[in-house]
Structure formats: structure tokens, C-alpha cells
Design a protein around this ligand. Structure first.
Ligand code: GLN
Length: 607
């Protein structure tokens, strides 16, 4: 047995490598691209939600176990808020279970329902994480592909109206054939990730009709995008179709409702006969979720019914907000001449899909972490995304992972971009799609022309920075340095280059405006930051900022040098001598708290 197979288990086989979420997020980070991959929003949750969180966490009474499958307060709030949609009474104690986010609730449901040899019918494409879950139970995925809409000319997207929607259709004949004696679960995802399809009542009835012939089948309805529903007034719910309540488990997510995908709270609603199957899987794995968070979600579910920014409720605001983001992205992308992949206009959700069926699939690029992989061969959608990342500095998600093994070839014809991003992030992506990066060879050819324009030096400097592994941090036009005294230094209109290889090395070009506000202002500024891995985001419309922590600012030092340890000296020389940098002056020096120079702030000047 090979050393690396020592701990292998057939349960997780094929899933021990980093997920697509990790891989493509890392690709965006490593290449400083706009990340339209993983579908999380990049703006803050609503204020009432954050206030509720703060209030609940400051109450010391809530730091112990709660009722194991959901705090009474949250179960009651869920029942109160969903009775109107489910058109029936929901018993908070027996017909609701709270889990650690939508994915976890799906997982406990699969674990509770699917045993070795059982089959799970899935309409494709489907939310990717269900595949490993079914494998973990020993079940088998039976995929039924939807029929994609025909791509249409970009001009039709210049103004998105109610009628401009690309709707995927279900092949009911194939769906019916997919059911066998072994089928235990039908997984429905409406609104669907990644297509944005909302199942209509007509479709739900047809499905219910098929299920009459298969009485042991339970329907797991993933409704986590229930409020991102575009023009639809209210999501059609399978549970309300005649005879279906007894067979349905419906899954929702607080993370999706409140733009807080990291808080990990989700719930399932269903008849007690089903919910009580899920309870033990959750209570013997996690026992319960943090009570302050459950309470805050409970209060927020109620408060979300109050009017919000001119809308009847926060829920209505949400539907409109996502719709505007979708329209903004697609309407502007329709005008981009330098990107010729046709995007589809979804009915709902976070995502638009690009139809790449007509593109050739060749790529010389690889995903981060695959450098030592032998016999590397990516599916077409991966290759096209790697090319797009290289050419446009925008990262999306492949769609083949959203299909079963048997149908991945269909998924390879689509790529996914998330529009669940601030307008400023979408604008950055639109800008990048409009300004493709040229290949190095092409760039060499252009050098003569540039000479005339006097751009040659600048280009050389930028190339040398590239050689140093110093790449421009996208989206930064303001840098905030947090020195140890907690004051703040803000450099406006900065272009920041950083190196992934040499930690804490930054070269910052630009007009430097120093602003050292008083302690109170500094504190307020800092409070706006939330740290999520290495990505730092800021509320509101301001661009992404990258704080450099634990540094001391020293006064002007004309002899200051950028920390060059581990960097290619000839490239450094190019940066300093060739371009405007020969005239640059180190204005301030940043030292780490143990005394090393971590960066010099360089001001480009002609004198
Ligand atoms: N649901 C998210 C998406 O489709 C990803 C969830 C996750 O990263 N686990 O992008």
C-alpha cells in the first residue's frame, strides 16, 4: 500500500482534494482578478441583522447549549414567518430543525434518508455539494439534464425587461424514466443554482404526478435562494402542492437571506415524520448552533418584514436588489465588444451562465496547486475559465461540477459568473472584460508604437514588477496602513503592487495624501473592516482596501529601499532605474514592529 493511501476511506474517495470553491478563489487571489466565482455577496448584512448579532452576543445568558435541534426562539420565528408561504400551521417544536447552514441541513437530510444502494434523482445542473453528500451515504446520483435555452444576440440584453429571460426546461419524459424501485430522494433546487430557474406550479404539479407512482420517494427541496426571485412575486413551493407536504423537506438559509454566508445557520421545514429522521443526525454531530446567533436570526426574520429603503419589506428589497445587479451586469456586458461569450439572463438567483459550446478548448494555464500534478487534463469549462482569467482578470466557476459523472460533457459547455457583488465590483469586472490583457509576445510587438508615445519605460517597469511576482492588487485605490499606535495612514489614488512570495512587501505608487485622523475616527475606520481569510472588505461603495498591519511609520528617509530580500535584483534595478522610479523618492518608510523595513512608499515625481 502506498504511504499516501494509508488513511484512505472509500467514503470520501475522489473528494480529498481542494474543492472548486477553494481552487477558483485561490486563482482569483493569485492573479489579482475580480472574483465572480464563489457565489457570496461582497457587501455587508443589513444593519438590523448586525445590531441583533451584537446585542445577542453581549448577553452573557446565551453562552450554553440550546435545545439541540434549534433554539425555541428561532424555531418559533421560522414557523411564524413561513406559515404564510406554506399555507398551514407549522409546529415549531416538531416540524422545524435548525442546522449549520443550508449545506449542513441538506447533508443531515441525505444522511437520514439515503442508505447504501439508494438512488437520488437530481435535475441537472444541480448544486454541486449534493454529489459528495450522496456518495458519503453510499447512495447513487441519477442525473436528469434540463434542456438549455438557446443563446441569443447580445443586443437583446441592452435593456433587460420581464420578457428577457432565458429559461431552462425539464424533460419530463426522462425525469419519469429516472425513477426506479431504488429511488429514495428527489432533490429539487428552486431557484436553481446555477441556472436561476424557478420551478413553476405547473412543473411542480407534473413532478408531483410522477411521484404518485413512487410513494417511498422523499422530495428534498433546496429553496435557499427563495428571496432572490427576480420578477416572480412569490416562490412556488412544492410543499404546498396537493399531497406533497407529507413528502417534502424544504431547506432555507439565513446566510442567503441576510447576506451573511459565513454565519452558517439554515433550517428545514417538513412534517414531523420526516423532520424527526433528521434530528438525530444533527444532534449527534453538532448538537446545537450558537444561541446568540440563533436568537439574532430569529429577531431578524421578524424585522425583515418591516419596510426597507422604500420597499414593503427587506425581503422585497432583496428581490429587487439582486434583480438590479443582474440587469446592471448583463446590460453593461451586452455593450462589451471585447468579450464574445453569450451570457444567459436568469430568472433569479446569484448567477449568469455563459454558453461556451462553440469555443475551442485549449489552454496553456493551470490552476494554483496543480503545478506538480501528473497527466493534468482539465475539462473544457476549466480551460476556458483559465483563459478568461489570463486575458481579462476575471474569475468565474465551471459548470461541469454541477452535473453527474455521466453528464459532465453537457456541463462543460457552460461557465458561471456571480453577479451577487457590489456594483463597484461588477463595474471592475466589466472594465476588465472591456480591456483584455495582451499576451507578452503581442506586447513586445507594440513596443515600437509605445516608444512614440513615451510609454516604454512605464511598460518596462510594469513588466519588471511582473517578474518580481509583484502584481497589482485590483480594486485598490486607497490604501490604509494600520500602524501599531492605531492611527491610520491613507494613501489616496494608490496603485499597489504586492508579492505573494515575499510576505509583507508592497510597492505603492501614487499621489500620497497623508491623513492621520484622531483616535476616534481611526477606530471607526477600523471597525468597518471584517477579516475573512486574506480578503478584506469594506462596507458601502468604497473600493476594496488592503490594510497592512503591524507596521510603524517612520519619517522621511531618502535612503530608504524597498525590502528586496528574495527578489530578483535585476528586475528591482529595472523598476528603480528604467522608469519614473529612478526619480522616485521614498517618502515614508514602513517598518515591521521588529524593525525590518517592509515597504517604502515611493512617490513618482519629475524633480
Ligand atoms: N453556494 C455557493 C456557490 O454556489 C458556494 C458554497 C460554498 O462555497 N460552499 O457559489
Amino acid at each position: 500500500m502506498k504511504e499516501d493511501q494509508k488513511f484512505e476511506s472509500d467514503i470520501v474517495q475522489g473528494y480529498t482534494k481542494p474543492t472548486i470553491w477553494c481552487k477558483f478563489t485561490e486563482l482569483a487571489e493569485k492573479t489579482n482578478s475580480v472574483n465572480l466565482g464563489q457565489g457570496m455577496p461582497d457587501w455587508q448584512p443589513p444593519k438590523f441583522f448586525m445590531d441583533n448579532m451584537q446585542k445577542q452576543f453581549s448577553n452573557t445568558a446565551f453562552y450554553q447549549y440550546t435545545r439541540n435541534v434549534g433554539s425555541i426562539k428561532l424555531c418559533e420565528a421560522v414557523s411564524r414567518n413561513y406559515e404564510k408561504y406554506f399555507k398551514r400551521k407549522i409546529d415549531p417544536m416538531t416540524e422545524v430543525v435548525i442546522g449549520a447552514g443550508g449545506v449542513n441541513v441538506l447533508y443531515i437530510a441525505m444522511m437520514a434518508l439515503v442508505k447504501r444502494g439508494d438512488e437520488v434523482v437530481m435535475i441537472e445542473p444541480f448544486y454541486h455539494d449534493c454529489c459528495p453528500q450522496i456518495q458519503f451515504c453510499g447512495g447513487k446520483v441519477v442525473g436528469v439534464p434540463m434542456i438549455p435555452p438557446k443563446s441569443r444576440p447580445k443586443s437583446e440584453f441592452e435593456k433587460i425587461t420581464k420578457d428577457v429571460k432565458d429559461v431552462w426546461t425539464i424533460d419530463f419524459e426522462s425525469l419519469e424514466k429516472a425513477f426506479t424501485k431504488k429511488t429514495k430522494v428527489l432533490y429539487l433546487n428552486t431557484p436553481n443554482n446555477p441556472t436561476g430557474k424557478i420551478l413553476t406550479y405547473e412543473e411542480l404539479h407534473k413532478i408531483a404526478k410522477i411521484l404518485e407512482k413512487f410513494p417511498r420517494v422523499v422530495v428534498l427541496v433546496d429553496e435557499v435562494y427563495e428571496y432572490q426571485i427576480g420578477d416572480c412575486q412569490e416562490l412556488p413551493r412544492m410543499s404546498t402542492v396537493k399531497g406533497m407536504w407529507e413528502k417534502c423537506i424544504s431547506v432555507m438559509s439565513a446566510g442567503k437571506i441576510f447576506n451573511a454566508t459565513g454565519i452558517r445557520i439554515g433550517w428545514a421545514i417538513g412534517p414531523n415524520s420526516l423532520i424527526r429522521q433528521l434530528n438525530p443526525v444533527f444532534q449527534y454531530s453538532s448538537y446545537c448552533i450558537a444561541e446568540p446567533m440563533q436568537n439574532a436570526v430569529a429577531e431578524s426574520l421578524d424585522m425583515a418584514n418591516e419596510s426597507c429603503e422604500g420597499f414593503e419589506s427587506y425581503y422585497k428589497w432583496t428581490a429587487n436588489h439582486y434583480k438590479s445587479l443582474r440587469n446592471h451586469f448583463l446590460e453593461n456586458m451586452a455593450k462589451v465588444k471585447t468579450f464574445d461569450i453569450n451570457l444567459l439572463c436568469p430568472e433569479s438567483g446569484f448567477f449568469t451562465l455563459g454558453d461556451i459550446s462553440k469555443l475551442k478548448s485549449e489552454s496553456k494555464y493551470i490552476l494554483p496547486g496543480d503545478e506538480n500534478e501528473k497527466n493534468l487534463s482539465y475539462p473544457k469549462d476549466y480551460k476556458i475559465l483559465l483563459n478568461i482569467c489570463n486575458q481579462y482578470k476575471v474569475v468565474g466557476m465551471p459548470c461541469s461540477p454541477f452535473y453527474s459523472k455521466e453528464h459532465k460533457n453537457i456541463g462543460e459547455n457552460f461557465i458561471r459568473f456571480a453577479f451577487s457583488k457590489q456594483t463597484s465590483t461588477l463595474d471592475k469586472a466589466i472594465h476588465n472584460f472591456s480591456n483584455p490583457v495582451k499576451d507578452e509576445e503581442e506586447e513586445e510587438d507594440d513596443d515600437d508604437d509605445d516608444d512614440k508615445k513615451g510609454n516604454k519605460s512605464e511598460k518596462k517597469v510594469r513588466k519588471a514588477l511582473g517578474k518580481l511576482g509583484m502584481t497589482k492588487i485590483n480594486g485598490v485605490n486607497r490604501v490604509t496602513v494600520k500602524p501599531k499606535d492605531n492611527n491610520i495612514l491613507i494613501i489616496k489614488d494608490a496603485e499597489v503592487f504586492s508579492s505573494k512570495d515575499v510576505e509583507n512587501t508592497f510597492i505603492i505608487f501614487g499621489e500620497l495624501t497623508f491623513d492621520e485622523p484622531d483616535k476616534k475616527a481611526a477606530k471607526e475606520e477600523l471597525q468597518k473592516f471584517t477579516k475573512e481569510g486574506e480578503t478584506l472588505q469594506k462596507q458601502g461603495e468604497t473600493k476594496t482596501e488592503k490594510p497592512i498591519e503591524n507596521v510603524v511609520i517612520e519619517e522621511e528617509d531618502p535612503n530608504a529601499e524597498v525590502n528586496t530580500d528574495g527578489l530578483d535584483q535585476s528586475a528591482i534595478d529595472t523598476v528603480m532605474e528604467e522608469g519614473n522610479c529612478s526619480k522616485a523618492k521614498a517618502v515614508k518608510i514602513l517598518r515591521s514592529t521588529d524593525g525590518d523595513v517592509v515597504a517604502a512608499l515611493l512617490k513618482l515625481t519629475d524633480n
